[in-house]
Each structure stands twice: as structure tokens, then as C-alpha cells.
Design a protein. Structure first.
Length: 195
């Protein structure tokens, strides 16, 4: 399966997860000299209550009792392994890492797509995601607003809030920053209890 198809499935699943139930969300921030990393994870679960094999539609029951229908595309391997009572879990992860880099190398941006799907005969599931690495220049620092304006290789600018005033003191116009952004969506199916 092409990774763009997987990414489309991931986007569709991510949009659908908000309809399933309120996600269980975890956030974290870690800091080191010249670096900061923020991570977030959202996880939702639902039970399969009905399967229409002819239309590849699965009815999922949320924790609040509401039912959502989801059409599972042909690219999802092992559809026939799904059973009523199975638990479907979707977990979305994001991470952003910024590090201050002194130097004058070229501005750059690289993107890498990642994908993995279940083995033949196993329950349907898989992971799709991407990692974007960008090198940007600090074009402005606003100590009062505690923001840093970055300009990337395509000329776009973005303002980032720097919560730590001590960290902000070490950033100045002309510095170079490397940012790595990753996102991944993992979907898994667990058999119903007692099966």
C-alpha cells in the first residue's frame, strides 16, 4: 500500500476518532540546555457492535453508548478477522523538538513518511505517520511577548512562544533552530474478552 493512501486513511481515522468518544489525552514537555521537546498522545476506544461485510461498514459503540459507523477501505488488510465485541483503539501521537544550533548551514526541510500494517491473518491494524525536519533562522525575538519568529526554507514565518524567560535570553536574531515534528496514528483491534 502506498504511504499516501495510508496517510489518507490516518487523516480519515483521526477525524473519526473525535466522533467516537472524548479521547484520553496526555501532554508532556521536557527541557535541556538549548533544547525543548513537547509531546502529546490522544487515545480513544470503541467496541464493534455490528459488521456489514458487503459494504465494509463497522459499527462502533462509544463509552457514552452512542454508535458510529465507519467504512473500512480495501487497503485495510484482514477485514474478515473483525468480530462483534472486538475493541478498536486509535492512538494519535505528536512530538515537536526544537534545538538551538549555532552556525550558517543551509536552510532545509525534509519529510519522511512511515507506515506499517498488520500481517496477513492477524487482526486489522497498523501505523501511519510522518516526520518533518526543518532548519530555520531566528528573524525576531520579542522579550516582552516572549516570542521568537522563525523563517523556514520556503520563506514562511512562524511565531513560537518561549515560556522560560531564561531560555529566551539565549536566543537572538540570526541564530539557527532545528525543529523535528513527528506525528503517528496507530489503530489496533483486540479480540472480545473470552474469545
Amino acid at each position: 500500500m502506498k504511504s499516501k493512501t495510508l496517510l489518507a486513511v490516518a487523516v480519515m481515522m483521526a477525524a473519526t476518532t473525535s466522533a467516537w468518544a472524548q479521547p484520553e489525552t496526555k501532554m508532556g514537555v521536557s527541557q535541556a540546555p538549548g533544547q525543548v521537546k513537547a509531546t502529546g498522545t490522544s487515545k480513544v476506544t470503541a467496541k464493534i457492535t455490528r459488521i456489514d461485510a458487503s459494504t465494509r461498514t463497522v459499527s462502533l459503540k462509544r463509552k457514552d453508548g452512542k454508535v458510529v459507523d465507519l467504512v473500512v477501505g480495501e487497503e485495510a488488510r484482514n477485514f474478515d478477522q473483525l468480530k462483534v465485541g472486538d475493541t478498536v483503539t486509535a492512538e494519535y501521537q505528536e512530538a515537536l523538538s526544537l534545538s538551538l544550533q549555532k552556525g550558517s548551514g543551509p536552510l532545509a526541510m525534509q519529510e519522511r513518511e512511515m507506515s506499517d500494517r498488520s500481517a496477513p491473518g492477524a487482526k486489522p491494524g497498523g501505523t501511519v505517520g510522518r516526520e518533518v525536519t526543518a532548519t530555520a533562522d531566528v528573524v525576531a525575538v520579542n522579550a516582552t511577548a516572549r516570542t521568537v519568529t522563525l523563517k523556514g526554507p520556503k520563506g514562511h514565518t512562524v511565531d513560537l512562544v518561549v515560556d522560560d524567560p531564561e531560555r529566551l535570553k539565549h536566543i537572538k536574531k540570526g541564530d539557527r533552530v532545528q525543529a523535528v515534528y513527528t506525528e503517528a496514528l496507530a489503530v489496533s483491534v483486540q479480540p472480545a474478552a473470552g474469545k
